[in-house]
Each structure stands twice: as C-alpha cells, then as structure tokens.
Write a protein of this length. Structure first.
Length: 177
C-alpha cells in the first residue's frame, strides 16, 4: 500500500488500546493512541495517519463524529470502526461517514488489518436465508435510539416507550461497550 503505516487508535479502554498498540507496532506501524475526541483533535493537528481504528462508544460519547473528523482530515484514510454492540444502523452510519469497515468486538489485530485490506466492497458476498429474529430487531432499535440520544438511557427509554429499569435490564443482558 502507498499509504504511510501511521495509525491512530481511538479507544477509551486503556488496556485494549495498549494491547492493540503493541500488536500493530510489532507489525511495523507507527501508532498514536487517543482516548477521547479532544485527544484525537490534538493528534490530528500534528499527525497525518493513513489508518485509524475507532471505538464506536467512547465513554458517554459516540465515535461516529470522530469517523467524520478523520475522513474530513484525509478522505483516503482507511478507518475501521470497532464496537461491542453492533447494529445495522450504526454500521450504515459509520460507512456513510467514511469508515471502510465495521467490526464487532472482540476483534484482534489480524481482523483489523484484514479489514484495512478489504476497503472495497465485495459483490460476491453470499446472502443468507435466515430471517432476522424479533430479539435482534429489538436490539438494533435500542442501539439506534441509544446512538440518536447520545447514549442517554432515560431519553432512550422514553422514546422507546418503556420503563427505564426495563431498558437497563435489557442492556445488562447484552451490555453496551
């Protein structure tokens, strides 16, 4: 690839970020780590990376605006979004904002590097005949609403017409990471 092997990891989990950093450094990348959108902005003032790994949920903030920031900084940058709570809505938005791939945690360096190599779509991807379950649809709707409300649990519960405790129980079963 012509792109410099400079990488930004935007991840608020310090241990996971450090693990990814060491792994990518062993593969020859020069790695910069940021834990928040503000740290990302500071890095972009001095660095011009060719790659980025962005966590979808950064504390109480969404990583989606960071994807847009990175893409605006360099439209050719290869951006992979990682998430512990995948949904179709956030995957679509991440791609629209400039990500080249969207991976579900736990993902390792091999998965991420393979995603960098698959920046182009694959028209030969097989379709499945499995219908989406009601639970999956519900989970996607919850995540879509969570993202739209800036991860505000009370507002999400109000918009979904459910009690806050009911939503909290559902989120405990499949935690948002």
């Amino acid at each position: 690839m012509d792109t410099p092997r400079d990488l930004i990891i935007l991840e608020d989990d310090v241990t996971f970020a450090r693990t990814l950093q060491r792994s990518f450094e062993r593969r020859g990348y020069r790695v910069h780590v940021a834990a928040s959108p503000a740290e990302l902005d500071a890095l972009l003032a001095t660095e011009r990376p060719g790659y980025a790994v962005v966590d979808l949920k950064l504390g109480n903030a969404s990583g989606l605006p960071c994807v847009a920031t990175l893409h605006a900084h360099d439209p050719h940058m290869l951006i992979v979004v990682l998430t512990g709570f995948a949904s179709i809505a956030t995957a679509v938005e991440a791609i629209k904002l400039g990500a080249c791939h969207y991976l579900v945690k736990p993902s390792n360096t091999d998965d991420i590097e393979a995603a960098f190599g698959k920046a182009e779509g694959d028209a030969d991807t097989l379709l499945t005949n499995r219908p989406t379950s009601i639970k999956t649809l519900e989970w996607e709707r919850i995540n879509e609403t969570l993202a739209a409300t800036g991860f505000n649990i009370s507002e999400t519960a109000r918009q979904l017409g459910m009690h806050r405790r009911t939503l909290a129980r559902k989120l405990e079963k499949r935690p948002v990471k």
